[in-house]
Structure formats: C-alpha cells, structure tokens
Design a protein around this ligand. Sequence first.
Ligand code: GLN
Length: 454
Amino acid sequence: TEACLAAVEGAGALNAFVHQTPDLALEMARAADHRIKAGDGAAMTGIPVGIKDLFCTRGVPTQAASGILEGFRPEYESAVTQNLWDAGAVMLGKLNMDEFAMGSSNETSVYGNAVNPWRVGETALTPGGSSGGSAAAVAADLCLGATGTDTGGSIRQPAAFTGIVGLKPTYGRVSRWGTIAFASSLDQAGPMTRTVRDAAIMLGAMASADDRDSTCTDLPVPDYEAALTGDIRGKKIGIPREYRMDGMGAEIEALWQKGADMLRDAGAEIVEISLPHTRYALPAYYVIAPAEASSNLARYDGVRYGHRARLGAGDGIVQMYEKTRAEGFGPEVQRRVMIGTYVLSAGFYDAYYNRARKVRALIKRDFDQAYAAGVDAILTPATPSAAFGLGEMAGKDPVEMYLNDVFTVTVNLAGLPGISVPVGLNADGLPLGLQLIGRPFAEAELLNHASVLE
Ligand code: GLN
C-alpha cells in the first residue's frame, strides 16, 4: 500500500486519481495485516485497488466526474466496493472517468482527461473511456486492480488501449446497487487488472447475490481462479464474419488471426459464424443508452444532490432546475439527455426507442443461436484501432467517437460476458486487445479461454 501511494504521488501527470484516500488506505492496510496474522485472510486481503468515481463510497467524494455532483459524499457504500472491502482489499482513492461514463476517451470528465501511460514520441494518447482512469492506473502500476463499469465497452476498450485485462461480466452477475446509473439495462461493473488470474480473483470478490438489485442473480459465485486450467481442447471458438468491417486496419486483422492461431494451437476448433444483426448494434445502443440515461439523470435537480445554481431575483423552481442542469452537466451529457428525451417522446417512441428494443432482441437471438449451435466462445477485436491521440476527436462529429464502440456494444445489448485481453503491440509499439465473448454466466470458462491468449 505504501508503495502504491508513493507511485500515485509520482504519477500526477497521468491524472488517473481524482481523489486520494491515503489515511484510509493505511488504516485498511493495517487491518489487513492483523487479519493475515490472525489467519483470517480473504481473497484480496491487503491488495490496494482504485475505484472508478461511479461507485458510491461512504464519506468519500463521489462525483461520476460530473460538476453536478460537486461536493457529494454518499452516506452508503456500493455493493461492489463493500464486497471488495469484505474480501480485504484496500482503497487508494477514486479514479477518473468520462462524465457519467459517457465517452470513449475520458475527455468528458470535469477533472480533465486521464492520460495513457503508453505513448508514441511526444504524442499524448487517450487511455480510452469511460473507465480511463482505471485503465491508466492499472497500466502504470499505481494499483494492483481497479473497478470499472461497462455500459457499451467502457471496461474493454480502455483495457485494450492500455494493454491490460478488462472483464465485463454477464448482466446481473455483479450488483448495481450503489453504482451511479447510466443505462440501467446495460450497466455492469467488472475488474480491470494486469492479468487474467487477477481478473478471476477480483471478479470473485466483486460478485454476490443482492436483494437490493432486482436484476442481480443469486447463482453461486464460482471459484474463478480454480477454473484457470489453460485446457481448452475440443472447445469451439466462433469468428463472426460480420465483425470483419470494411476498412478494418491491417494490424487489427493480423491480431485477430494471431489470436485464432493461439486458440487453435491450444486445441480449440475455430469456426466461422454469422451474427447477422451486428450492423444495427451501434445505432440501437445509441438510442437505448441515451433513453435510459435521460430518465436516470432526471434526479439531478439541484435539490437532492450536489450542485445548485445561484439564482437571480424572481427565479422560481423551473429556473433553478434549468440553471443547475445547464451548469452542472457537460456537453456530452446534455447531448445524451436531449437524444434520450427525444426518442422517448410520445411522437417518436415507436419509431426510435421501440424499434431499437426490437433490434436488441434480434441481436441477442443471433448470439443465442451461435451458442445453441455449439460455439463455446466468440473471438473478435476489442477496438477498431490502437489508442488515438488526446484531442484528436475534438470538433469532429460525435458519431466518430461512437464508432469506437462498434465491437463492444453488442455484448451489452445481449447481456453477455466479454473480456478484453492484450495480445500484442502494433508497429508503433502500442498495445492491441482482442475480445472473447462467452455464454451467459460462463465467466469461469471465459476467463480460462482468455488465459490462453496472454
Ligand atoms: N462509449 C460508450 C458511451 O459513450 C460506452 C460507455 C460505457 O460503457 N459506459 O456510451
């Protein structure tokens, strides 16, 4: 813990931590020492971790990297973080992210962006988003693991951009209680770590049944670490032909082939499969996620949490709402609220939101059919490219940024587990990641498949 605190201190330029809790960390570390001496150690006793700013932590500032939650200190602890502390983990502080987890570059944060520890010459790169601070912190060895959340790729894309492992569990595997909501039918928390083994251990600590989240499963939490045998002989790995997008970079193509070869060499059978509705995933996601966000973010009204605008003479409650939300939310969040409100409005509900829901069902059915035909896991690229430069997307059509999520959003729409594993470097020396997608609640098997790619 002391070594990590010193590392965090020396890595201010990465802007990964937005709030540090050194006193609490040392206190938790001392408690961990006692626990170990008493022979009462748990899976993560004494392991220093960082927490994405989206998880409520009792008494510790929690802002979802938004101005609207300025000064908010929750009176309760999220299920995920409580589970981590019960397993003995030590909290170093809160990690940078895109505002309300909306973004793919960490550039929508009220704290300014985190920086990728990898770089090419003088060019500073994005760590990805929205869990960019988590990715930067783990990649730079500031902590041994970090929590992330993934609504449309926010664990897997930053993991790929920084050369670490990121796992989005099956929807319902991890409790969402106390995690600030973005799009409730898609949000899922998961571990971001250096290795697949660490991800297995950390997922085991994060997951639990929880009556406070009605979508959380009560299936028992398996011993994920014990499942890492490396034996995948006879398993069937699907390569979806629709993911071979036009204009896909040669380096991504080569990486994908390399991953397939590694799995084949370990005894798996590689088969081509079809997921025909893939090309509708991105538009469906960017209707459904903003729709749910506009509803979830309605609670930030200047009354119950955080920031409230200074009012002028004659301002009533409506002006208070308007001024507070105009000041507190950044441009990307405002864009999502407007899109979401529009697609849910009476005249457009059927044309957009309802249609997107139907498309979502078709996307899920594509995966169901592949698994029913005997496929054990699906291999795809995690991202269309390596990390891009900070500021590179500024002033461009926001849709350009959304295109980054093309390989990851399908998994959230279908509620499946997906893992991003670093599989090599490109010609510039930047990390690239591959994604494995598993059957529902088959995280143990998925992690085992992923261990072969390390
Ligand atoms: N980049 C996606 C978005 O901006 C994903 C976000 C996420 O997974 N939290 O919506």
